[in-house]
Structure formats: C-alpha cells, structure tokens
Design a protein around this ligand. Structure first.
Ligand SMILES: Nc1ncnc2c1ncn2[C@@H]1O[C@H](COP(=O)(O)OP(=O)(O)OP(=O)(O)O)[C@@H](O)[C@H]1O
Ligand SMILES: Nc1ncnc2c1ncn2[C@@H]1O[C@H](COP(=O)(O)OP(=O)(O)OP(=O)(O)O)[C@@H](O)[C@H]1O
Length: 545
C-alpha cells in the first residue's frame, strides 16, 4: 500500500541526506511501527508518504514513494488527501477550525461527504475518543492531551485507507493512549486500514505492531522485521524488553502479559537478593533530609480552586513541596496538572484558596522578582523562546535573571555540548529545544523548578540525560514538580507522586506506594514483577548485582 523504492532525502543546505536508500513496503491492512533514536529520519519518512516532503519542506527526494499506486512526487499533498490521513508532531499547527465538532467534520467536508454520513461519523468519533463532553469547546481552551485527541479524531472521520501518525500518543495519558491504539487496531483489523506510525514510547505501542521498521542511526540502513526480531537488535526498546534482555529470555517478551508468564524465576532470584532502597526513590522526602528538622517548604498550596471559563479546573487542592524533593503530578488528560503548575508560577489566578512560593503570592508578584523563586518549562518549550538565535535567547535570559553575562550559555553548553550560537531555536530538535528552555529557566537558579510534560518527543537516551540532570538539581536542593504521563519517567525520578482527577488530589504519597496500586500509572517492571515492588530495570539490575 505504501512503497519506498531506494529513497533518499536531502534537505536544502544539508551536507548529508537525512535518510538514505530507504527501501521497504507497508502491506495493505498492516500496522507498521517506525522506531529509532532522535534525528534518524522518522518524521522525514512519514512526511514523504503524505507528500509534505519535498513539496512543503523543500529539499530533494531521490527514488520513489508511492501510496495506493500514486507517486507522491507527482501528486501534491492535496491530491493524496482522499487516501492518506496524517497527524504530525505538532497538532496545534494543523487545526483549521475553532471548535471540536467543526474540526472533526472539516476533513469530510472538503471531500464532499453527504451530511448524514458526516453527522454519524462525528458522533461515533466523539464517543470513541472520549470527546463527547468537549464537542462545543473552542479548541484553544483544551488541555494538551485533549487537543491531541481532536487531531487524531479529525483524521479518522474521513476513513482514509492509509494513516500516517507521528508520535500520536505523546500528550496522552496512559489510558487514553491505550484507547487510541485500540481504535487504530480495530481500523486495521476490521476495515483493512494501513497504518504507519512513529513513536518514542515503545512501551505503549510495540505490542500492536505487525512489523517494526528500525532506523538505528542517522544515515544507517532501515531494518524491517517482526516486533520480536527487531526488539532484539534495536538501539531503542521499552522496559519490558530491557528486562527480557537482562533476564536472558528468548524470544523477547513484548507485552507485560508475555513477560509475567516468564517472570517466575526472576521473581525467585530477586526475592533472594537484598532489597535496597532504590536510587532516586526515597521512602519519604523528610526521612532522609540532612537535618533532623524538615526543611521549610518552598511551596504551599491550600484549598486552591481555579475556574477557567466555565470549567472548574481545580478544587480543594492542598500541596506542600520541600527543597530537594521531586514530585510527579499525574492524572488523566484535563485533570488539572498544567493548571496547577500555572498557579504555582503565577500565570493562573486562583478563584479560591492560597498559593505561596518562597513566601510570595505568585500571581501578585512582578515577574522580575518571581524568576528567582520559581521557573516553568512549558509543555511547548517554543512558548518560552522568542529570540532569533540561541545566543540571543541566552543573552535575554541572563538579563531577565540579572545573571552574569554568559551564565545561560555556560549552562546550555554543559547540558548539551555542540549547539551553535547562531542556530535559530526553531531549527533545534525537540530535545534540544527543551534543553535550551531548561537552561533559560535555570539561569535564575530558581529553588522551585516546574516542568510540564518534559519527555514529549524525547528518545530514551535524551530522557536518561534529563533524569541525570534533574537528579543532580534535586541533590543540590532544588525542588522539582513535573507534570507527566510518562509512568517510566515518574518511576525513575520522582520521590513522590500526586494524582489528580477532575481537579482534585486523589492520592499523594511515595512513588512506589501510589503507582504500585494503580493499573494505569504503574510502570512495566512493576506490573511484571508484582507482587514484589520493583519500579525500573535499573533497580532490578542493581539488585541482581
Ligand atoms: N525541514 C527540514 N529542513 C532541514 N533539515 C531538517 C528538516 N527536517 C528535519 N531535518 C533534519 O533531518 C534529520 C532527520 O530529522 P527527522 O525529524 O526526520 O528525525 P526524527 O527521527 O523524526 O527525529 P525525532 O525523533 O527527534 O522527531 C535531522 O538531522 C533534522 O535536523
Ligand atoms: N483557557 C481555558 N478555558 C476553559 N477551560 C480550560 C482552559 N484551559 C484549560 N481548560 C480546561 O481545564 C481543565 C484542566 O486543564 P489542564 O490543562 O490543567 O489539564 P492537564 O491535566 O494539564 O491535561 P493534559 O494532561 O491533557 O495536559 C481541562 O478540562 C481543560 O479543558
């Protein structure tokens, strides 16, 4: 259905092709998962199926890409729209209408479908993706994950024969991600839809794939095979595969269920091993604090309520954060995580209750004074960056924070060597942009550091670098609060997990306690080795010695 024949793409001005000699086929009615570290060309391959490469991105495409027999070089994206539905990495940039319902209908309208068919499919899709309550909402007022669901819904309604999805679950909560993948699988099985999908969070998707295509390194040849074959050789793999490799299981398990069946021996070996307190996870924040007295909190939230237009986004929220602790805020899309971070940094005004950060009331404090107390790395780091060059961005950060000139640049070079001063922030990769935003925020050395979905778009290596960095900041005494759907990240990093549901705190405790009992928020290793309480492959490796 999709065929690549010896395809190479070279972007204008680039010395090397972004992808080289790509030659593979996605048969009709199969779901093929495209994986690989950042920058290996996954988006480039996806965009050449929809025709965005080279028609919109520029550059040169050699070889041939055909979709349902149509050559994408001679057919513009518009002329492929009746066959291919695409969701890109940045759904916001693709929305064409203002409300949820209109957006779901738009693709069908442009194809001229009958009104009764459109009506039926809109209703179906609203139900399928849990959007019914949001049907009249302006898209601009939706949470990140709600927007991503709308973006996915809007390509499903025209029933395209081919779906091309670039990280479709990056902003979704774990349950929503499962729901979306179940919908895709149903389309593949029942309607024979062909799906090509790229994703970094393999723990969410690998078990749904018929085949996996791996781009091991920039410019390297693409490998194609069954998920089990590919997971044995891929440089990126989910924790279930990491555990399987560690335990020497063959064939490698791809799902928690497969792994549980094999895990008897491993559980026995682990029961014998001394269970140490895992690195990065302390039983309670205060019990291991250096001084006998608990440090004074850096942030205190009492009975916080926030209304956003007609939505009660938060109610009765109490939260205390002390220096040196890392707190993960988790909960379904729209639960109020970003709103709570917004209240801590003064962007969102409480409608009731109080918020105190470093003795100040954030929404009544001048930004200049507040930057020394608290900094937020937003869900879309681009929202924070407005200069034309990396150097300009860093100079502005130094000024805003009254820091020595060169402070921000030194931080950036430390975190991420090799980013040139004259690069436009727009041309950085997702991970590079996140790191730049982090350096900008850290320039003021705020004692409270907030991050909204920091692992969106990051590969496993970039995530590991972020974990190391945040751990060392916590060890220096920074308090860190991160809103995340990445259960594996929370397991690695957080001392404490706070679960929000419909604007209320429903659990607040040490990571192990909160996640072990939750089917949605438990990491893979926990599910595989239950009833023993392990969180990560690293912990298991250390325990086995
Ligand atoms: N429009 C463009 N113009 C110039 N270079 C580009 C463009 N898009 C991508 N590149 C470069 O091509 C290479 C492959 O990028 P691509 O986005 O396809 O990788 P990816 O595997 O999807 O990465 P990620 O997982 O980070 O999204 C990178 O070096 C990137 O900087
Ligand atoms: N400007 C706004 N106007 C009206 N409602 C809003 C606005 N911003 C957010 N909301 C609503 O407030 C609720 C909480 O949103 P918030 O962004 O805090 O959720 P979240 O937990 O961060 O979600 P996600 O996991 O999807 O990022 C959602 O129902 C959202 O639709």
């Amino acid at each position: 259905m999709i065929r690549f024949e010896d395809v190479s793409v070279t972007y204008d001005g680039a010395a090397e092709p972004a992808v080289r000699g790509v030659d593979f086929e996605v048969p009709e009615g199969e779901l093929v998962l495209l994986v690989g570290p950042s920058g290996t060309g996954k988006s480039t391959i996806l965009n050449s199926v929809s025709g965005l490469v080279p028609h919109f991105t520029g550059g040169t495409l050699r070889g041939r890409v055909t979709v349902a027999g149509r050559d994408t070089r001679t057919h513009k994206p518009r002329e492929l729209a009746d066959v291919v539905g695409t969701v890109g990495q940045d759904p916001l940039s693709h929305f064409v209408t203002d409300t949820v319902e209109d957006e779901l209908a738009y693709g069908m309208e442009s194809l001229g479908l009958a009104p009764d068919v459109m009506r039926r499919r809109v209703e179906e899709t609203l139900d399928l993706l849990g959007l019914a309550d949001l049907r009249d909402r302006p898209i601009a007022t939706l949470s990140g994950g709600q927007q991503q669901r709308v973006a996915i819904g809007s390509v499903l309604t025209p029933h395209p024969r081919v779906l091309v999805l670039d990280e479709p679950t990056s902003a979704l909560d774990p349950a929503a991600a499962e729901e979306v993948l179940a919908v895709l699988q149903r389309l593949v099985h029942d309607l024979g839809t062909t799906v090509l999908l790229a994703e970094h969070r393999l723990e969410r998707v690998v078990q749904y794939a018929d085949q996996v295509a791996v781009l091991p390194a920039p410019g390297a040849a693409l490998l194609l095979g069954t998920p089990a074959e590919m997971m044995a050789v891929s440089p990126v793999y989910p924790p279930v595969v990491g555990l399987g490799r560690l335990a020497g299981w063959s064939p490698l398990p791809l799902s928690v269920r497969d792994a549980r069946r094999r895990a008897g021996d491993l559980r026995e070996r682990l029961a014998g091993a001394v269970r140490e307190v895992p690195s990065g996870t302390r039983p309670t924040p205060s019990s291991s604090a250096p001084s006998p007295s608990t440090p004074a909190p850096i942030a205190e939230v009492r009975a916080l309520a926030v209304r956003r237009a007609r939505v009660q986004a938060l109610r009765h929220v109490d939260l205390t954060v002390t220096p040196g602790e890392t707190v993960a805020l988790m909960g379904r899309n729209g639960a109020g995580k970003s709103t709570l971070l917004g209240a801590l940094v003064g962007l969102v005004e409480p409608s009731g209750g109080t918020v105190r950060v470093g003795g100040l009331t954030p929404h009544r404090t001048r930004p200049k004074d507040l930057v020394r107390k608290v900094g937020l790395v937003p869900q879309e780091p681009r929202d924070l960056l407005y200069a034309d060059t990396v150097a300009g961005e860093c100079a502005a950060a130094d000024r805003d924070a009254d820091a020595e000139p060169g402070t921000c640049r030194a931080l950036l070079s430390d975190l991420l060597p090799g980013v040139a001063d004259d690069t436009h922030p727009r041309d950085l990769s997702e991970g590079q942009r996140l790191t730049l935003a982090l350096a900008v925020i850290l320039t003021a050395r705020p004692p409270l550091l907030l991050l909204d979905e920091p692992t969106r778009g990051l590969d496993y290596a970039a995530k590991a670098r972020l974990v190391r960095l945040l751990r060392s900041l916590a060890a220096e005494g920074h308090a860190i609060v991160l809103a995340t759907h990445d259960v594996e990240l929370a397991a690695e990093l957080a001392h404490r997990v706070v679960l929000l549901a419909e604007g209320e705190v429903i659990a607040d405790g040490p990571t192990t306690e909160v996640v072990v009992s939750s089917p949605s928020f438990a990491p893979q290793v926990t599910k595989i080795l239950a009833p023993q309480q392990w969180l990560t492959v690293t912990q298991v490796r250390e325990a086995l010695g």
